[in-house]
Each structure stands twice: as C-alpha cells, then as structure tokens.
Design a protein around this ligand. Structure first.
Ligand code: SAM
Length: 338
C-alpha cells in the first residue's frame, strides 16, 4: 500500500471517460459555451485499461467511471468489460445523470459493472428543465426504473441548493425508498466550474438533518469505518440515507481518492490546480515501470487537503474565475469528474 504524507492510501481512482455532458446543471456547467478537450487527446480504451491496471498494481482497488456524462462515451460497455476483468478491482462503479441509462443499463450490467450511482436533484419536470437546461426528467426516471432491477441497492446523489430543491428532501428520500435506492444528499461545493456558487446557497449537513428529523423524528448516525465520503444516517423507521458534507465538514483526512481525466491528467484532489500528464508519458513510449515510479513518488509527496483549505477561508467565493476555466478546462468539475 502506498501512503501519502498524511498516511492516506492510494486506493480509489475516478476515471473520467469524457468531458462532454448532455445536461447543463447550474451548479456545474452554468455557462453558455465551453472549451472542450481536443479529440485526439482523449485516451483510447486500451490506454485507460493500461493505466488503470498500473494503478491497481499500486494499491487501487476501487474504480469509479465518471465524466462529463460517461454514457456519452461510445461503446462504454466495452471499457467496463476490460476493467471488470482486472481482478484487483474490488469495486467497479459508475456515476451517471441517467438520461441514457434505460438503453445502456443491461449492457453495463452484462459487461461486469458492479455498482451504479445516479444523480437526481429534483422530481419536478419544470425544475429539472430550469436546473439542467434540458427537458429530460422523464427519461432519467425511466433509466432509474430500469436500474432498480439490474443494480439493486443503487445510489441516488442529490446536490441540495437553497431555494432550488431544498424543499424536496423528504420526497427524494421516499422516492429512494420506493426504488430500493440509498439517497445521498451532497452539499453544494465551490469546485471549479461552479461559478454561481455562494455560501448562502449551501444547505449544510446539519440543516438537512434537522429538516429530516422534523419530518421523521430522531435521526441516528450509522457507525462507519470506511473512507466513503457519505456519512450514513438511519431514520426511526430504519431507512438509511447519506450526506456528503464536503463543504461544511470536509473529509480530507480520510481521502484516498484521485482522478484521471479523459485526456489522461492525474489529479490528487478535486481542488488541485495542477496534475500529472500521464497521456504524454504513455504516448511518448514511457515504460509502465517508469510511469509507475512517477505515480508512487507523486502520491508519496501528496499533501492535498483542498476542501479543508477552502473551509478555512474567511470570504469564500467561487474557486476559479471564468477566464481561468477557459484557459484550462482541466479545472472544471465536468472535466475532472465528480
Ligand atoms: N454526469 C454524471 C452525473 O451527473 O452524475 C457524472 C459527472 S458529475 C460531474 C458527478 C457528480 O458531481 C454529480 O452527482 C453532480 O451532481 C456532482 N457535482 C457537480 N458539481 C457539483 C457541485 N458544485 N457541488 C456538488 N456536487 C457537484
């Protein structure tokens, strides 16, 4: 196991397979237009497979496919099949907005995908359209219906934003219950791309708990030993849900996650402004041993605690200005993969 400066292991890799998305969520992609990664730079499946295999030889055993919207990547089940064959991967998961899920869920399951997380912020069609600039709620709900039998126990991730969907907490918990899914509420984060972020729009974990307790009665924490970002809670009737309190209670001290962008940049923190170019190393014919040594040294030197540094700031405003995002799209959440 390779440990960083704070004894955090290299275990959890998020692999973005595209920076493109079919939604324009106001907390992630609020602008009219974007600078995309050059097509030729996007890693081929074979390159992703080689890099992921290398990461697993260094201790990674949890891999999550993300984006952009990963289901936009052509022939994605083929990549899932390649990764599912890597025996060191204990947990192979995917995060999707669900728009294209109905058509692809069976193929993903068949290819060997273990787990699925679906992002769903509202159950109201008009809100969905306002939030995402796409009239796709019904397709997402159909996708979720399909996932219910193919990926039992799947997760639903909801970014809670004050004045947008914070009146839907109970409805979403009940929707999750009806579909056998665990709902996880995510605090609105000031990551790159969230150019409309402000602290007063964040609904804190504490407030979410208070609101749910006011409806259901006392909520209790579920003891957890894993490094998973969500803290899990139980309602009096036994139903479990999660909260990812990345903004008000960061979990940097346990963070074993790193991120590979679709063009092969490796980032050690969601908030990091610089990464390591693995595509260049790979395409210039660098040996896997040499790249592995670079990964090992980079992780050992890791001191990132991005969310904690943000929390310590007095005046918190969007992380990165729009002109910097345009100069380097790697700073965007949709490029880095959430
Ligand atoms: N397109 C896929 C999806 O919608 O799940 C995968 C990529 S998306 C960037 C991954 C996750 O990041 C989603 O659950 C999204 O809600 C979350 N996300 C994006 N911007 C965020 C922000 N500013 N604060 C909190 N979560 C955010």
């Amino acid at each position: 196991m390779i440990l960083d400066r704070f004894e955090r292991p290299l275990r959890n890799l998020r692999v973005s397979v595209t920076d493109r998305c079919n939604l324009r969520c106001s907390y992630c992609m609020p602008e009219q237009d974007y600078v995309w990664l050059p097509k030729d730079d996007i890693l081929h499946f074979e390159e992703i497979e080689r890099l992921v295999t290398l990461f697993t030889s260094l201790g990674v055993d949890k891999v999550r496919i993300t984006g952009g919207e990963p289901l936009l990547r052509r022939n994605l089940p083929e990549l899932i099949g390649r990764l599912a064959a890597i025996s060191r991967i204990r947990d192979l998961a995917l995060t999707t907005n669900g728009v294209l899920l109905r058509q692809q869920a069976a193929a993903l399951r068949e290819a060997g995908l273990h787990r699925l997380t679906i992002s769903l912020d509202t159950l109201h069609a008009d809100r969905f359209q306002a939030l995402t600039r796409a009239d796709e709620l019904s397709r997402v709900l159909e996708g979720i219906d399909t996932a219910t039998s193919l990926f039992p126990g799947f997760k639903i991730d909801t970014v809670v934003i004050r004045g947008v969907n914070d009146d839907e907490l109970v409805d979403l918990v009940e929707y999750g219950r009806a579909h056998g899914a665990e709902v996880r509420f995510i605090e609105y984060m000031d990551v790159g791309g969230a150019t409309h972020w402000s602290m007063d729009r964040v609904v804190s974990s504490r407030e979410i708990l208070e609101r749910l307790a006011a409806h259901y009665g006392p909520v209790t924490a579920v003891p957890e030993t894993s490094s998973a970002p969500a803290t899990r809670y139980r309602l009096p009737d036994g139903l479990v849900f999660g909260i990812i309190a990345s903004t008000t209670q960061p979990f940097c001290s346990d963070c074993d996650r790193s991120r590979l962008t679709a063009d092969g940049m490796w980032y050690l923190c969601l908030y990091a402004t610089a990464g390591l170019d693995l595509r260049k190393a790979l395409r210039e014919g660098g040996s896997l041993e040499a790249i592995g040594a670079q990964l090992r040294a980079t992780w050992r030197a890791r001191t990132d605690r991005g969310a904690e540094h943000r929390l310590a700031l007095r005046d918190r405003s969007p992380l990165i200005a729009l002109d910097s995002l345009r100069r380097d799209p790697h700073l965007e959440m949709h490029t880095r993969g959430g």
